[in-house]
Design a protein around this ligand. Structure first.
Ligand code: CMP
Length: 406
């Protein structure tokens, strides 16, 4: 069975094109070496730009450093323009199919939200050159450069996806809010228009108060003074709490859903990268995905330690680990597609060895209960796993039984 093979997996050793290397430099999320330097420098430049816009609004500073701010803007835009051009050039070498075509792919990329944000970041200077506007009047557009950070923050991108996924429910909540706003301002108008004609003289006037009451801000500058108005205000404020809680709940549950979905996709991708699982049918993979949890481990971390209780096993989706055996044995190296941590589950003992990541690893973790269930359902899998475990045990030596309590 391929899952249990010991041979080295084939690696993609073809040299990467310049375009692909440039793509990785700008887009890779494995921030090491130059990737880290370039992407950190871009993030710092974005932050410095936003800070410059903020500081420019302080008059004495603007006067004292006008020249500096001007040149800083020009240099920043030059770098952002270069970045935009590099992204445009390299995008066709990326993994996303829809951007592969040299013309249509680039056009699609140019219309994607992040590329539009990149374009907006460099527009001000060109507008300045073409229409002779000054930097100050373009502050609002320049501050939008902060949106470039979206690319570097997965959680901000996730918030965007959650809002998009929940757009129908959120629109529903907004409609409820608008209906309540209209009804409350109408009630307040009828109750208060004689007592306070200035602030409740018309429904639009009363809306300002209703808005403050519904959002539970209640500034206190405008309050009903008639008995009916006050009763209505109490009810409206309570309804306001409910209405505000509604989108909060929608977004919170949307976040949980999205996180689950992302885990599902990540696990699925990792599984299909392992040769054995790659040949499984989609429903079988889906079954496995449900019982496997992806885990990312940095180089050097001990994943299991000798003598610990073992409640899960691991499949290596990428990377390598060392099984540290007792002296004088050399560590045994396990690589992509192999597994470890099964012995403790099969023999219901403590871990027989410490297993440490040699490099950054992607693992798929399976709990003991799921492991026993899976091997019960698939006797051929159980036999292979048990055979490997027996071989390992013969080599490693019999681990001491777990200490019994009492
Ligand atoms: P477990 O005892 O649960 O935790 C340590 C793991 O190291 C063990 O399961 C095996 O998966 C793995 N292991 C132990 N000995 C060897 C060996 N000789 N070769 C490869 N893997 C081993």
């Amino acid at each position: 069975m391929k899952l249990l093979r010991r041979s080295r997996p084939r690696r993609d050793t073809a040299p990467k094109s310049f375009r692909r290397r440039l793509y990785d430099l700008l887009e890779s999320r494995h921030l090491r070496g130059w990737h880290f330097v370039v992407q950190s420098a871009l993030i710092l430049l974005i932050l410095a730009n936003v800070l410059a816009v903020v500081l420019e609004t302080i008059e004495p500073l603007e006067k004292a450093y006008a020249e500096f701010f001007h040149w800083f803007e020009i240099v920043s835009v030059a770098i952002f323009t270069l970045e935009y051009a590099a992204r445009m050039y390299a995008v066709t070498a990326g993994p996303r199919e829809q951007f592969r075509h040299p013309v249509l792919g680039r056009l699609r990329f140019a219309l994607s939200p992040l590329a539009i944000i990149d374009l907006v970041a460099i527009m001000p200077l060109f507008v300045l050159v073409l229409f002779g506007l000054d930097l100050g009047s373009l502050r609002l557009v320049r501050i939008l450069r902060i949106l470039k950070l979206l690319r570097y923050s997965p959680s901000m991108a996730m918030l965007g996806r959650v809002v998009y996924n929940e757009r129908k429910t959120l629109t529903g909540a907004l409609i409820v809010f608008l209906i309540l706003l209209l009804l409350s301002s109408t009630v307040a108008y009828y109750a208060e228009r004689v007592a306070q004609p200035k602030t409740f003289g018309s429904i639009p006037d009363a809306m300002w108060w209703a808005m403050a009451a519904l959002t539970t801000v209640g500034y206190g500058d405008v309050t009903p003074i008639t008995a009916l108005g006050r009763v209505a205000a109490g009810v409206i404020t309570l309804l306001g709490i409910l209405v505000i809680a509604l989108p909060t709940g929608i977004i919170a549950s949307g976040f949980i859903e999205e996180a689950k979905r992302r885990d599902f996709v990540v696990t699925w991708q990792l599984l299909t990268e392992i040769p054995f699982f790659g040949s499984l049918t989609a429903p079988r993979i889906a079954d496995l995905v449900r019982i496997l949890r992806p885990r990312f481990v940095p180089a050097g971390e001990a994943i299991v330690r000798k003598g610990e209780e073992g409640d899960s096993m691991f499949i290596i989706a990428s990377g390598e680990v060392d099984v540290e055996l007792a002296h004088p044995r050399e560590p045994v190296r396990l690589e992509t597609g192999q597994f470890f941590g099964e012995m403790a589950l099969i023999e219901k003992r403590t871990r027989s060895a410490t297993v440490r990541a040699v490099e950054e690893c992607k693992l798929l973790e399976m709990g003991a209960k799921d492991f026993h269930e899976l091997t019960r359902q698939h006797p051929e899998l159980r036999d292979s796993v048990h055979k490997i475990a027996a071989e390992r045990k013969a080599y490693t030596g019999q681990p001491k039984p777990a200490p019994t309590e009492g």
